[in-house]
Design a protein around this ligand. Structure first.
Ligand SMILES: [Zn+2]
Length: 125
């Protein structure tokens, strides 16, 4: 089943970008968030009239087997790995777009039979 020239071209561009990300080998799932905290101790700068909370502390959060797992990172680590997280997000966008192209291909396939207002019957050979 051939894609339209437009979609072929888009798929090639996606493949190129995917390859560049893969070559970098800098891909990290999850997200990075900075947190500022107050310890609550009397006289601490975090409790002053003009409070200066502690931190920022960096937290890397990801899902492992449907559970959220967190790890604290140093500021340097957060700076180093930020692009890795961005790469992972982009990678997922690109794969989702490729999948959408695949869906469009099946939808446009003349062998995909349509029937108004009902379920599609299975294709007949
Ligand atoms: Zn404090």
């Amino acid at each position: 089943m051939a894609l339209t020239p437009d979609l072929q071209e888009e798929a090639r561009a996606i493949a190129k970008e995917l390859a560049a990300i893969a070559r970098s080998a800098e891909v990290l799932p999850g997200s990075l968030t900075s947190r500022r905290t107050r310890c609550g101790r009397q006289g601490c700068k975090c409790m002053a009239d003009l409070p200066q909370p502690h931190g920022p502390y960096w937290q890397w959060t990801r899902k492992v087997a449907a559970r959220t797992v967190c790890r604290w990172l140093t500021e340097g680590q957060a700076a180093d790995y930020r692009t890795w997280v961005t790469n992972d997000r982009r990678l997922r966008e690109l794969v989702a777009r490729l999948e959408a192209i695949g869906v469009a291909a099946v939808e446009a396939d003349p062998r995909s039979r349509r029937r108004r207002g009902g379920r599609r019957p299975p294709p007949q050979s």
